[in-house]
Design a protein around this ligand. Structure first.
Ligand code: HEM
Length: 413
């Protein structure tokens, strides 16, 4: 749409299609267009995506916390970009039958047992996480240069979730290949080749989880797959296929996001040596530091809901079935909520970000992601206090909706 055709007051504003990392200008500077929208049109009816785009903390928090709103793309206006992610359109590649996109009553039915089992596991995994991170860092001993993304950020979440699920050591390399394959499904702009990899990984994971669940029924073990089959046997209304698809959803939702939290954290600290000095002087600041990384460079830029009824947002009428795009990054940098919002400051007073969303769909993996990033960053900077950014052209990933680096090369003195 040309500026001339825009409703009054919307001239000069970015189009919704420009607010994705596939657009080089957006991935190089996502904050400029979001700042403009927040200042000029915080409830923005975008014609290019046929969705409502929100950019203030208050509106976004209210929308993600509203448990009456929908999530499944098939509920969105058929004209909208979000509707294209419906299973009918997205075919087999769709993730939409996993918990990420279900609506009630199915969402509550599946989420309740999954969270019950997952939270218990996440609360017991600190020792394993410390061991896994230490082993990965041991493997880098003696190197002068490493890629934080590839060498540290990618393996950590894969090995930790493998430990939680109960993947045996001898299958870990296969599991890693499937995990790396299935997260390609996050990219709606993937190549034909990548789509084939996604399908292969999805099939392999499904067969693997179904077989492992069957084995746990006769030989229970101390892992999440055993918990899930035991909950099912005790009456949780979950099919085997639902357990399998939601175990895969843990990989899709949890691996790259945690990789990026670690990568973004290292990058922020190396860009802000004063903040690193604070952390090194007081290692107990690590928890606050991870929250500040989540706020300033959260790995998920945007989530959304669909209006389940005619409603109002900030006094503006919204029709039923309108997709509502909530830019979590814009909320986290809203000057109306955070003083000096663009500044990375690990001793900032209470700053509750929205990087894990909210309400019915709030991220299940938040405690695990926090733990992994806290352990990884603390160990990295303790082992290599003089770590420095190497000469490189920094490239942010072109993955819509996400924020992370393609690679992050550092010198290890
Ligand atoms: C820093 C890392 C992570 C970030 C920033 C993140 C962020 C998010 C966000 C924004 C949502 C959508 C929330 C909403 O729409 O309100 C979400 C959902 C979800 N996340 Fe995470 N996540 C992270 C790590 C993880 C991990 C480690 C796991 C699991 C191992 C995980 C599992 C999930 C699941 C299953 C959902 C869907 C929940 C539902 O729809 O009910 N995430 N996450």
């Amino acid at each position: 749409m040309t500026d001339d055709a825009l409703p009054d007051g919307q001239e000069g504003l970015p189009s919704g299609l420009d607010l994705f990392a596939i657009n080089p200008a957006f991935r190089n500077d996502p904050d400029a267009p979001l700042r403009l929208l927040r200042a000029r049109c915080p409830v923005y009816q975008d014609e290019s995506t046929k969705s409502l785009i929100l950019t203030t903390y208050e509106d976004i928090r209210a929308v993600v916390n509203d448990r009456t709103l929908w999530r499944h793309p098939s509920r969105a206006d058929t004209e909208s970009l979000f509707h294209r992610f419906s299973p009918d359109n997205a075919g087999q590649d769709s993730q939409t039958e996993s918990i990420l996109f279900l609506d009630d009553p199915d969402h509550a039915r599946v989420r309740q047992p999954l969270t019950q089992a997952f939270y218990k596991r996440a609360s017991k995994v600190r020792g394993a996480t410390e061991r896994i991170v230490a082993e990965i860092l041991d493997g880098l001993a003696g190197l002068a240069q490493v890629d934080i993304i590839n060498d540290v950020g990618i393996p950590i979440p894969i090995f930790v979730i493998a430990d939680i699920l109960g993947v045996e050591r001898e299958r870990i390399e296969e599991f890693r290949a499937w995990s790396e394959g299935i997260i390609l499904s996050l990219n709606a702009f993937r190549t034909v080749e990548e789509s084939k990899t996604v399908e292969w990984a999805r099939d392999q994971l499904r067969v693997f989880f179904l077989e492992e669940m069957q084995a746990r029924r006769t030989q229970p073990r101390d892992d999440l797959l055993t918990d899930m089959v035991q909950l099912q046997a005790a009456g949780a209304d979950l099919s085997d296929a639902e357990i399998a698809i939601n175990c895969s959803a843990l990989l899709v939702a949890g691996n790259l996001t945690t990789t990026d939290l670690i990568g973004n954290g290292v990058w922020l600290f190396l860009q802000h040596p004063d903040e690193l000095v604070k952390l090194q002087a007081d290692p107990a600041l690590i928890n606050a530091a991870v929250e500040e990384i989540l706020r300033v460079e959260g790995p998920v830029v945007q989530t959304g809901r669909v209006a389940s009824r005619a409603m109002e947002i900030a006094g503006r009428p919204v029709r039923q079935s309108t997709p509502i795009s909530t830019y979590l990054r814009a909320a986290n940098r809203d000057p109306g909520h955070f003083p000096d919002p663009d500044r990375f400051n690990i001793t900032r007073a209470h700053a509750p970000h929205v990087s894990f969303g909210g309400g019915a769909h709030i991220c299940i993996g938040a405690p695990l992601a926090r733990l992994e990033a806290q352990v990884a960053l603390a160990m990295l900077f303790a082992r290599w206090p003089g770590m420095r950014l190497a000469q490189q052209e920094l490239a942010w990933r072109a993955l819509p909706g996400f924020r992370g680096l393609e690679r992050l090369i550092v010198d290890l003195p």
